[in-house]
Write a protein of this length. Structure first.
Length: 202
C-alpha cells in the first residue's frame, strides 16, 4: 500500500496539512488496516498508544450516522441540530471550515474523512490520558466522547479517569448531554452507551 496516496487524499479532504501527532496517528491506522501491530504491547495503555477498537468505531458510526444521503448517492451537508446552523456537518459527523451549507461529498469521501477524524481524535485522547492505565474499552469510550464533544483535554471526566476514579469518571459522561443549551435525547443515549462501554469488561 502506498501511504503517500492515502496521506495526500486525506490532506485534500481536510484542506490543510497534518500536525506531527496526526501523522503518527494516521500512520498507525494504516498499519492496523494492513494487519500490522503498530503498537505491540499487552493491550492496555500505559506504555505505547493503542488505536481505537472495533467497539469504539461501531459506537461512533451508530450515533453519528452517515446522514443526508441523496437519491443520487451523494452526501449533503446539514446544520448542527443544537444551533440549526453552524457548525455545518457532513457524512459521519465531519465539521470544519471546509464544510459549508452547499458542501456535497461522495460516500467514499465521507468514509475516508471518518477514518482520518477517528485517528486524530484517538491521538488527542492518548495525549490527554498520558500514562493512566486504560483498557481498550475505556479508550474506545473516551475517543467516542471526544469525537462528539472535542472536550477530552478539559473535561472533568478526563481528570477522574487519570486519577483512577473509574466509577466517578463513568458518571461524568451523562453531564455532556446538551447542545445549543438544550438537553438532546440523542446525546443522552450516546453518553449512556459510552459510559456502559467505559465500564465494560474486556
Amino acid at each position: 500500500m502506498q501511504r503517500k496516496i492515502i496521506f495526500d487524499t486525506v490532506r485534500r479532504l481536510l484542506g490543510r496539512g497534518f500536525s506531527r501527532r496526526e501523522v503518527i496517528a494516521l500512520d498507525a491506522a494504516i498499519s492496523a488496516a494492513q494487519g500490522d501491530d503498530p503498537f505491540p504491547g499487552d493491550g492496555d495503555i500505559g506504555g505505547e498508544p493503542l488505536t481505537i477498537g472495533a467497539r469504539g468505531v461501531e459506537l461512533i458510526r451508530q450515533f453519528e450516522g452517515c446522514a443526508k444521503v441523496r437519491p443520487d448517492g451523494l452526501v449533503q451537508a446539514y446544520p448542527d441540530p443544537g444551533t440549526g446552523g453552524a457548525p455545518w456537518t457532513i457524512g459521519w459527523g465531519a465539521t470544519g471550515p471546509d464544510i459549508k451549507p452547499d458542501t456535497v461529498w461522495t460516500r467514499a469521501e465521507c468514509d475516508a474523512r471518518l477514518d482520518a477524524d477517528i485517528a486524530r481524535h484517538a491521538a488527542d485522547v492518548w495525549a490527554a490520558i498520558g500514562q493512566a492505565p486504560t483498557s481498550q474499552a475505556q479508550f474506545d469510550a473516551l475517543v467516542s466522547f471526544h469525537f462528539n464533544t472535542g472536550a477530552i483535554a478539559r473535561a472533568t471526566l478526563t481528570k477522574r479517569h487519570n486519577a483512577g476514579e473509574r466509577a466517578a469518571a463513568a458518571a461524568e459522561f451523562a453531564r455532556w448531554n446538551r447542545a445549543g443549551g438544550r438537553v438532546l435525547p440523542g446525546l443522552v443515549r450516546r453518553r449512556a452507551a459510552e459510559a456502559a462501554l467505559y465500564l465494560a469488561a474486556e
